[in-house]
Each structure stands twice: as structure tokens, then as C-alpha cells.
Ligand binder design. Structure first.
Ligand SMILES: Nc1nc2c(c(=O)[nH]1)N[C@H]1C(S)=C(S)[C@@H](COP(=O)(O)OP(=O)(O)OC[C@H]3O[C@@H](n4cnc5c(=O)[nH]c(N)nc54)[C@H](O)[C@@H]3O)O[C@H]1N2
Ligand SMILES: Nc1nc2c(c(=O)[nH]1)N[C@H]1C(S)=C(S)[C@@H](COP(=O)(O)OP(=O)(O)OC[C@H]3O[C@@H](n4cnc5c(=O)[nH]c(N)nc54)[C@H](O)[C@@H]3O)O[C@H]1N2
Ligand SMILES: [Mo]
Length: 638
């Protein structure tokens, strides 16, 4: 579909697939001639990434960014790579099933439906594991916990440093493990001396006794203890350092590579369908970072977005985007900036299954059929045992929708890149790949998921096993030489963050179990379960403002941005008095989303202050404060 009319308005004119591909190929060619192929980028989340990635790399660009990195798990990857020489990737290798103590720091498993983790957590609870939840909100996980520490927002690093202090000074750490595997223990020990529980109490509001008691609880379970690394960890801009503190705590308790801690995952190698080598681009996304964020191991979606806004000192401004399965308007913080970038594009192609905010800004929308109507790439995941899974169509595509692999292949023909898609149907690709690993499409159609035996090592380190870690020192780095080399603090530092001004509250957000980001807000079955978000307000705050349950209010942030729509109040003790909470993904402004339009408030809209992590460029989103308004139009500031 061609988008006609004003930006964001979602007025379309249907064109043939052929016309659409001609249009895209022409614009891509123009960008290539005038600016170079590197001035294009792909934003992707989910399965289509592989096909579009192949097309873009064949075209000559490696600017491929996913919001699941710099808006999600990026800081944790960098922190764990710095400490253990390895990131966690997805799914995480947390051995929750066999743990004796699980510490959740803002990971709201149970509302965050990583189903494997939810199932293992409930098994662990049945087996008597201790759960410790650190969260300013009484989450579902907190309700299953032995300890709930309702921490003052943005102060987690202080708590983590103090736990490290307690575990070192009481000699509760795993001495043999620390001795054999770690680097920098003496520096760490000297460094953490000031961080007593009494010091942390003043910062976190967690009582010293509770800090001591929970530290002891973790030590008792060691090494079958998991200080959970979290997932959406881009909070306050010092997130990589917070996750370093998490990694260090795990190392001290000897949980990395140990049963009930972190297992060693294995993945099956499934070769790519043969294609010619990709051209090597002379410029990539790193260039646009101007020497910053060298420790980031993947492209930054926000970085590529920034590089689209012309600046005089950059010779490779991005001119064309392909956006596959990511609603960047709701996904990237600082919507104004995203729209500024969109306005500077010469080409925006959006591949989506329905009209979402982002499709309204496209030149061309390519409507994809849903996952139930198509083949997809094999799912190849690492885990305790390597396994692969097949996704196959359960129904014919409705309307004139197509799978992304078909689109990428057809477009490749228009761009002279068809040799990168040298197959007739996607079943041929799957058949070929499955054959390489000793299976077949026929078998996979029958069984769906196939497990393979592990080929190397054990699931855990053997006692006293000699191990070289992929860090500069070859050890688990309690003191990070990589951070030091880049000019960052080699050990995590607690820095106080801004506090909400009078009458404002931390804007806290998270997941609801039945919804996925903003993408399911219009789903009829899921809206039956939950059709709007509510703003959680502490009773003390409600009293001060005279707020009642279900009363609609607007939220206004520190920069004067007011939510497009009102949101109903939910008065509850489950949130601290200094914060309010809403579920992410609501407050859609696109009228074509007939069920979701105007329902609830959008956290994305209110996240205008972005705290960039200096180490890897992640976008900290929790530095925003909101107040209540009773009417949309203001009669002066509240
Ligand atoms: N149902 C459902 N499940 C999902 C998803 C989904 O869309 N829907 N998305 C998936 C994805 S991609 C991700 S990344 C994960 C995200 O899931 P998580 O990584 O678990 O979520 P976060 O958003 O980091 O954390 C939300 C929790 O942090 C708490 N919190 C807020 N501020 C602070 C603070 O300063 N300190 C502490 N200790 N806690 C704080 C909030 O109260 C809330 O309970 O969920 C995954 N699972
Ligand atoms: N304010 C705020 N921002 C956040 C977060 C937050 O909690 N709050 N969470 C962050 C995190 S952890 C993550 S991982 C990201 C996630 O960010 P996104 O993945 O961008 O999340 P959605 O907003 O759900 O956008 C998904 C888009 O994909 C489309 N889609 C769904 N299925 C398909 C399909 O099969 N094919 C195609 N082509 N498209 C499809 C949907 O219609 C929708 O437009 O957001 C990050 N940004
Ligand atoms: Mo995420």
C-alpha cells in the first residue's frame, strides 16, 4: 500500500505488489547512487529479520538494529561479557529449575511472561526455593516471595554494593571459586568497605537488618543461587554498571557455571541456505557513534535513528529505512526525535500485520500475513539441550497479505540481488537446512520440536575444572579491565539520580501477562481480558489528590507532555508513594486500531527524558516523572 496524505494519518492507496517493489527498488537505487548503500538501515524485531537482513547485507549495508538491544537487554549483555566473557542472549541460561534462591531485581516474572522461566520458577517454589524480590511495586513475583524489598526507585546499585560488602566482609563468598576463577578480588574488597547496610538504608529505604538477612539467605544457597540478570534493563542510564554489580554478586557466590545458578547452554549449528558472500561495506553504524559506545556488541536502534537526523559532522546520514515488526513510535523513547528522523527519510518501508502508529509514516506498507499463515525461519535456540522448532502455516493468508520471505525475494529480483535468494519456495530452504542436521521437513512437520544431544562439556563446571574465560585476564573480572581501557569505572559506582519534584511521581511501567508490548492491544480475545491500562496510585497519594478508583485522569510529565487520553486510577498499596505504575503498550493514537484507540495512557509518550548509558548507548527510560491533571487543556501549570 502507498501511504497518501499527511504523516501519521494512515490513509492508504492499494497498489500491486509489483508497483510497490518497483517503487522501493528505485528509491533504494537512488540512495545508493547519491549517498552510498550504507545510508540505509533495517529495524527489526522478530522472525522477518533474517530475510530483510539478507537483502540489506546483499545491498551493502550492515546497519541492522533491533529494539531488543539498546531498549532492552543490551546493558546486561555488555556487563556479563565484561565479567564472564560471555553474554546471556535469549533465552537466558538461568538454572531456575534447580535453584535454592532466586533474587529478582525488578524482573517481574509472571507478569513478564517468559514462559520457560515462569514454569521453572513455579517448580523452584514447589521445591522450597527462597524468592527475594526487589521492586518498588508489589509485583506478582513479590507476592510469591519470602522477602519483598520495596526499594526506592533508582537506588538498586547501592543495595547491590552493600550485598557485596556483606558477602565479602562476612566471608560468605565461595572462596575456592573466587580464588581459582576471578580477577580483582582485593581491589573489590577495598573498594566496597564504605558500603555498609546503614549507608544503603539512607539511600534505598531498605532496613539494614533486611539487607543482612537477605545477603545471608543468598550465601546459604550458594552456589545454587541466581541474582537474576533481568531483561528490560534500560532504566537509569547507569544500567551496565548495575548489571555489573549483579554479575559480580553471582561470581562471588560461585553461581556461574553451577547447578541452580547458571548452566552452560548449547546451540545446534544450522547452516544458512547457500548464497554468495556479502559485499563488505566501507561504513557502518559505529561510524555514526563518533567513537562512543565501543563496548556495544550490536547496533543501537536509537543510534541509527539519531544518525538519520542530518548533522554537519556526519557524512553518512541514513536516508532509507526498512522497518519490520517494530512499532518504533511506541518503542523508541523520545517520540519527537523519532518523528524528526522519519521526516528526514527519503524512503520508509514498513512491514507489518496491521495499521500501527509507524505504518502511518511509511511511503510503502507491505502487509505481512500473520505467523499462523506462513512458514518461518527455523527456531534454533540454545538451552540445556540444543533444540530446533518448526513454524508452519495453519491457514491460508487472508486478504492480499504475504510472508516476509516472499517479499524479500521478490524485491531482490527488482534490485538485481536474486542470487542471494536462490530458492523456489521456503519449504526448499527448510528442507535443505534440516537435511544438514539430520532431520527433514517431513519429520519436523510431524514432531514440531526436535531435541539434539549435547556434543560438548557438561551443563556445569566440574569441581576444580581449569577454565579460561573470554576476558582480557582470562578470569571472571570483578575488576573490569575492559571498562578501565575505555575510561569507565572498573567497579560499579552508585550515583544518586534525580528525584521527582513536589507533586510528581516516578513513572514506572511494565508488562501485563496477557499482552505483548503495544502489538496485542487491538486483539479481540486479549482486549476481552484487558482493554485498557490503569494508573496505580498509592492510597496516601490518592488521598492528597482526592483521587478515587476508576476516576479518569491525564498524566503530565516533567517536560509538560500530557497523555493523549485519560487513564483510570487504581488505588493500591502495591505501589510506593513516590511512584505511579502503568502497563506499557496502551494509549494508542491510531484510530484504525478500533479496539485500542484512546484506551489508557501511553508510557512511551511520557518518556521524553532519556538517560543514555555512556558505556553502551542504551536508552534509560525510567528518569521520567508525572503528575495528575483533571483536564486535558491546562489553565496554567499545576
Ligand atoms: N506478558 C508479556 N511478557 C513479556 C513481554 C511482554 O510484552 N508481555 N515482553 C518481554 C520482553 S522483550 C522483556 S524485555 C521482558 C521485560 O520484563 P522485565 O525485564 O521483568 O521488566 P522490566 O520492565 O525491566 O521491569 C519491570 C519491573 O521493574 C520494577 N521497577 C521499576 N523501577 C524499578 C527500580 O528502580 N528498581 C527495581 N528494583 N525495580 C523497579 C517495576 O515495578 C516492574 O515490576 O518481558 C518479556 N515478557
Ligand atoms: N515505553 C516503552 N518502550 C519500550 C518498552 C517499554 O516497556 N516501554 N520495552 C522495550 C523492549 S524490552 C522491547 S523488546 C521493545 C519491543 O518493541 P517492539 O517489538 O517494537 O514492540 P511493539 O510495539 O509491540 O511493535 C511490534 C510491531 O510488530 C508488528 N507485528 C506483530 N506481528 C508481526 C509479524 O508477524 N510480522 C510483522 N512484519 N510485523 C508484526 C506489530 O503490529 C507492531 O507494529 O520495546 C522497548 N520499548
Ligand atoms: Mo525486551
Amino acid at each position: 500500500m502507498r501511504v497518501v496524505g499527511a504523516d501519521g494519518k494512515q490513509t492508504y492507496k492499494e497498489v500491486s505488489w509489483d508497483e510497490a517493489f518497483d517503487f522501493i527498488a528505485d528509491r533504494m537505487q537512488k540512495i545508493k547512487v547519491e549517498h552510498g548503500p550504507e545510508c540505509t538501515a533495517l529495524f527489526t524485531h522478530g522472525s522477518g529479520g533474517h530475510y530483510w537482513g539478507t537483502l540489506l547485507k546483499a545491498f551493502g549495508s550492515t546497519n541492522i538494529a533491533a529494539p531488543s538491544y539498546a531498549q532492552c537487554r543490551g546493558p546486561r549483555e555488555v556487563a556479563f561479557i565484561a565479567t564472564f566473557g560471555e553474554g546471556l542472549d535469549s533465552p537466558e541460561s538461568t538454572d531456575i529449575r534447580d535453584t535454592r534462591c532466586l533474587v529478582l531485581i525488578g524482573s517481574h516474572i509472571g507478569e513478564n511472561m517468559h514462559n520457560g522461566q515462569v514454569q521453572e520458577m513455579s517448580d523452584a517454589i514447589d521445591k522450597g526455593a527462597t524468592i527475594i524480590t526487589v521492586d518498588p511495586r508489589f509485583s506478582t513475583a513479590a507476592s510469591k516471595s519470602k522477602f519483598w524489598l520495596p526499594i526506592k526507585p533508582a537506588t538498586d546499585i547501592a543495595l547491590l554494593l552493600t550485598w557485596i560488602h556483606e558477602i565479602i566482609n562476612n566471608e560468605w563468598y565461595d572462596k575456592a571459586y573466587v580464588e581459582q576463577y576471578t580477577y580483582g578480588f582485593e581491589q573489590l574488597k577495598a573498594y566496597i568497605q564504605p558500603f555498609t547496610p546503614e549507608w544503603a538504608y539512607g539511600i534505598t529505604t531498605i532496613k539494614p537488618d533486611q539487607i543482612r538477612e537477605t545477603a545471608k539467605e543468598m550465601a546459604n544457597a550458594s552456589p545454587a543461587v541466581i541474582i537474576h540478570p533481568g531483561r528490560h534493563v534500560t532504566w537509569y542510564g547507569d544500567d551496565t554498571q548495575r548489571l555489573r554489580a549483579v554479575a559480580i554478586l553471582n561470581a562471588l557466590l560461585g553461581s556461574w557455571g553451577r547447578r541452580g545458578g547458571y548452566f552452560i547452554p548449547e546451540k545446534l549449528e544450522v547452516p544458512d541456505y547457500p548464497h554468495p558472500p556479502f559485499p563488505k561495506p566501507t561504513r557502518d553504524w559505529r561510524l555514526a557513534m563518533k567513537g562512543k559506545y565501543n563496548l556495544a556488541d550490536l547496533a543501537l536502534a536509537n543510534g541509527v535513528c539519531d544518525a538519520t537526523i542530518p548533522t554537519p559532522d556526519l557524512d553518512c546520514n541514513i536516508k532509507g529505512w526498512i522497518v519490520n515488526g517494530t512499532n518504533l513510535i511506541m518503542t523508541l523513547p523520545d517520540k519527537k526525535k523519532t518523528i524528526e528522523a522519519l521526516n528526514n527519510l527519503e524512503l520508509l518501508v514498513v512491514v507489518d500485520t496491521m495499521p500501527m502508529e509507524i505504518t502511518g509514516y511509511a511511503d510503502i506498507v507491505l502487509p505481512e500475513c500473520t505467523y499462523l499463515e506462513r512458514w518461518d525461519d527455523l527456531r534454533v535456540v540454545h538451552g540445556r539441550i540444543p533444540n530446533i522448532a518448526l513454524r508452519m502455516p495453519a491457514a491460508e493468508p487472508k486478504y492480499n497479505t504475504k510472508p516476509a520471505y516472499w517479499m524479500a525475494k521478490e524485491l531482490s529480483k527488482k534490485m538485481g540481488l536474486e542470487e542471494y535468494f536462490a530458492w523456489d519456495s521456503y519449504e526448499d530452504v527448510l528442507e535443505w537446512q534440516l537435511k544438514q542436521v539430520g532431520s527433514s521437513l517431513e519429520e519436523m512437520k510431524r514432531i514440531g520440536v526436535k531435541n539434539f544431544p549435547r556434543t560438548f562439556d557438561d551443563l556445569y563446571f566440574k569441581p576444580g575444572e581449569d577454565i579460561t574465560f573470554n576476558t582480557n585476564s582470562g578470569k571472571i573480572e570483578l575488576y573490569s579491565t575492559a571498562f578501565q581501557d575505555e575510561g569507565f569505572d572498573p567497579m560499579p559506582v552508585y550515583t544518586p539520580h534525580m528525584e521527582p519534584p513536589a507533586g510528581f511521581y516516578h513513572l514506572n511501567y511494565g508488562r501485563a501477562p496477557m499482552h505483548t508490548f503495544s502489538r496485542t492491544a487491538n486483539n479481540p480475545n486479549l482486549t476481552d481480558l484487558m482493554d485498557e491500562n490503569k494508573v496505580w496510585v498509592n492510597p496516601k497519594v490518592a488521598k492528597e489528590w482526592g483521587l478515587k478508583n476508576d476516576q479518569p485522569v491525564y498524566l503530565q510529565n516533567q517536560d509538560g507532555i500530557v497523555s493523549d487520553f485519560p487513564v483510570k486510577v487504581r488505588v493500591t498499596e502495591r505501589i510506593r508513594f513516590d511512584s505511579v505504575y502503568i502497563v506499557h503498550g496502551f494509549g494508542h493514537s491510531d484510530k484504525k486500531l478500533s479496539r485500542a484507540f484512546g484506551k489508557g495512557a501511553s508510557d512511551s509518550q511520557l518518556i521524553t527524558r532519556v538517560l543514555i548509558d555512556p558505556i553502551m548507548g542504551g536508552t534509560g527510560m525510567r528518569g521520567n516523572f508525572v503528575t495528575f491533571r483533571f483536564e486535558k487543556e491546562s489553565e496554567g501549570q499545576l
